[in-house]
Design a protein around this ligand. Structure first.
Ligand SMILES: [Zn+2]
Length: 188
């Protein structure tokens, strides 16, 4: 299904009606400047006026006949590192898996792997849906990875000693070249 350009307003019930049982797919991009709730959480000085989030969403029925929205959103967001207060580029590549929920379904939680998308009056604004997904993708406390962060205090293991040891069975079979040296050092 080739995605069409995303309209500002979608009507999922009509889209998933008898006229188009296969649903509809839309693609688009949104300027971060136009997403007020998200924009508040970004570093203004590092926010490119032209920065956009690209996305694709498809309104369809899944194998069980449930009305769902499937898609993805990708963007690079400038967040403030809470350790060094520098700018941290947060790369988002998120899957969208939502189940449309109307009146009678509201009491239930959506089945895995879906999140609920509340639909009122058969109206969905894709921009709000995408903004919600981006807000959900934000780390609770954004921080640079250890080693990249400019914060003065680092308690990490020096590179080369962490995690890249040879597989244990190989290491166990080999004589340890410094074992005797270590013994000699320990000897007073
Ligand atoms: Zn940092």
């Amino acid at each position: 299904m080739m995605p069409r350009l995303c309209p500002p307003l979608c009507q999922p019930n009509s889209t998933l009606g008898k006229r188009s049982p296969g649903g509809a797919a839309f693609a688009g991009s949104l300027a971060l400047m136009d997403l007020p709730r998200l924009r508040e959480l970004l570093v203004p000085a590092a926010l490119d006026a032209a920065a956009r989030a690209t996305f694709e969403v498809a309104f369809r029925r899944d194998e069980a006949g449930r009305p769902v929205v499937l898609g993805w959103v990708r963007v690079l967001l400038p967040l403030e590192c809470q350790r060094c207060l520098g700018v941290m580029e947060h790369s988002v590549d998120a899957s969208i898996r939502l189940m449309l929920m109307h009146g009678p379904n509201l009491a239930q939680d959506p089945p895995d792997p879906y999140e609920a998308l509340l639909v009122i009056d058969d109206r969905i604004r894709p921009a709000e849906l995408i903004e919600d997904e981006l807000l959900l993708s934000l780390p609770q406390i954004p921080t640079h990875p250890v080693g990249v962060c400019q914060a003065a205090v680092q308690t990490s293991v020096p590179p080369g000693n962490a995690g890249d040891a040879a597989p244990t069975e190989v290491a166990a079979d080999r004589p340890k070249p410094f074992a005797s040296l270590a013994g000699w050092k320990a000897d007073p």
